[in-house]
Design a protein around this ligand. Structure first.
Ligand SMILES: C[S@@+](CC[C@H](N)C(=O)[O-])C[C@H]1O[C@@H](n2cnc3c(N)ncnc32)[C@H](O)[C@@H]1O
Length: 452
């Protein structure tokens, strides 16, 4: 915990430095760390700038625990740095549950019309006595009314005005089902975590639901503002900011996250989205790649696999031995077997034994294609060994070398690619395609021209 807090503290100071006076910071954590982080946040952002401790209930049902209650919430700490912090209080209301109304609402909406709709009678008189143009006679009473005479008469014609008894002050029928709902509080129970079937799920271990990020972004920023997620993972805040018409910056320490975000955006918006953002910090030359390989061989591997659209193989003990990554494809009719390409990534010296090893793994795994990605150029014996593995004969797409070698230089220059029946790549779970919202909604304000 101390190591974690020591990592977080200087980062919070930097986030404070780059936050605009109109900005907000939302820190998502679990109850084992939230109390320490709140003290850090108070120290960095100031206790008077504390706005909320949001409790996000994670699921509606949880199992019994033998020694304690099951843990079912996360904490989101919200701070701003000035009184000018953007706050769109009207954006989020939670819908009334008409079958289980809370006591206060049920006590207000006591009337029911012939269709069964609940309503309350609300005041039609104006609290301001000095409004000569709103002073007139209506249903036999001269008063200062809330609306103009025309509007009042229209409401009467529409059956929205009720005079409780002859001579009584008329009142307006306010229907419960036309209200925005209850104001949102700091306990959020209406956003489900991602389940295994969720369409947006990308199999990133800590992926958050977009609905959660949508809410925070809509409450605390306006269209065109910048959203920064300094621990962005597979880019939920990025996806949500993009959809809600905000600018965004995502930072993550792992190349896997960067690869996933690129794919997520491409799947939602098409190839052209890539022209609208920069990626900073990824290798763009062989020298960069060599540097990354020296500094962090795992990140090098994640990055190289990301370049060819492969996923890192899970490093479970005993499983997938000799495999660094996988890519899956379909080349038969829908529902037929999923086929696989296995990858071995070599940052250092490579020779013919690496090709032989990969060939052995290919046979053992019964994978269709194997690819050796290396920094070093393959030697002639390596090429000969690879060629001797023959071809994978796709039922519909012809022949593809079973064992392929690919260098980082070739990948960066775009000269060579993994050769496979590429029409049915199913490796990275696809993010759902962006669908413009059906109707205007404040959460989903967006710039349609840019997102066609
Ligand atoms: C809890 S996850 C974020 C998940 C994200 N909200 C999503 O929906 O995918 C935290 C992320 O922080 C990244 N991370 C860890 N230490 C970091 C650091 N020092 N700088 C930047 N990112 C870091 C991890 O790689 C991980 O992706």
């Amino acid at each position: 915990m101390l190591a974690y807090l020591s990592m977080m503290a200087p980062r919070l100071v930097e986030l404070r430095r780059v936050l605009k006076p109109t900005g907000s910071i939302y820190l998502h954590c679990d109850p084992t760390a939230s109390h320490y982080l709140k003290m850090l946040m108070d120290a960095v952002f100031g206790p008077k700038n504390f706005r909320n401790e949001v409790i996000w209930r994670r699921t509606a049902s949880k199992g019994l625990m033998s020694k304690r209650l099951s843990r079912n919430h996360d904490v989101i700490l919200a701070y701003q740095i000035s009184e000018d912090g953007t706050w769109n209080q009207d954006v989020v209301f939670t819908a009334y549950d008409l079958d289980a109304l809370d006591e206060k609402t049920a006590g207000k909406y006591t009337h029911r019309d012939k269709d069964g709709r609940l309503y309350q009678l609300s005041d039609l008189t104006n609290p301001n006595p000095n409004r000569p143009n709103l002073t007139y006679e209506f249903m036999g009473l001269t008063k200062v009314w809330r609306w103009t005479k025309e509007r009042m008469e229209k409401a009467l014609r529409d059956g929205m005005v009720v005079q409780p008894s002859p001579g009584a002050v008329p009142r307006y029928k306010r229907y419960l089902d036309e209200q925005r709902g209850k104001p949102l509080t700091d306990v959020w129970t209406d956003i489900e975590p991602l389940n295994s079937q969720a369409k947006e799920r990308l199999h990133y271990p800590t992926q958050k639901p977009e609905a959660l990020l949508d809410r925070i972004i809509a409450l605390a920023s306006n269209k065109g503002d910048v959203v920064l997620d300094p621990f962005c993972g597979c880019g939920t805040a990025v996806a949500s900011a993009e959809r809600l018409g905000r600018q965004w910056i995502g930072i993550d320490i792992t190349a896997l996250a960067v690869a996933l975000i690129k794919t997520r955006l491409r799947d939602a918006y098409g190839e052209k989205i890539r022209e609208t953002y920069d990626v900073i910090g990824e290798p763009v030359s062989v020298a960069d790649a060599e540097k990354l390989a020296k500094e962090d061989p795992y990140q090098f591997q994640f990055w190289a696999l990301g370049q060819v659209g492969a996923r890192p193989a899970e490093q479970k003990r005993g499983a997938d031995h000799g495999i660094d990554g996988r890519k899956l494809f379909h080349d038969e009719k829908a529902g037929a077997k999923t086929k696989s390409i296995i990858f071995s990534v070599k940052a250092g010296h490579t020779d013919v034994s690496d090709v032989r090893d990969l060939r052995g793994v290919l046979d053992r795994e019964k994978a269709e294609i194997g690819v050796l990605i290396s920094l070093q150029e393959p030697t002639k014996p390596m090429k000969v060994e690879a060629a001797s593995a023959g071809f994978y004969d796709s039922p519909n797409f012809g022949k593809f070398p079973r064992l392929q070698t690919l260098t980082i230089r070739e990948i960066l220059e775009g000269k060579a690619k993994v050769q496979y029946p590429s029409h049915g790549d199913v490796t990275l779970k696809k993010a759902p395609k962006y669908e413009p919202p059906a109707e205007e909604h404040p959460l989903l304000e967006f710039d349609a021209e840019n997102k066609s």
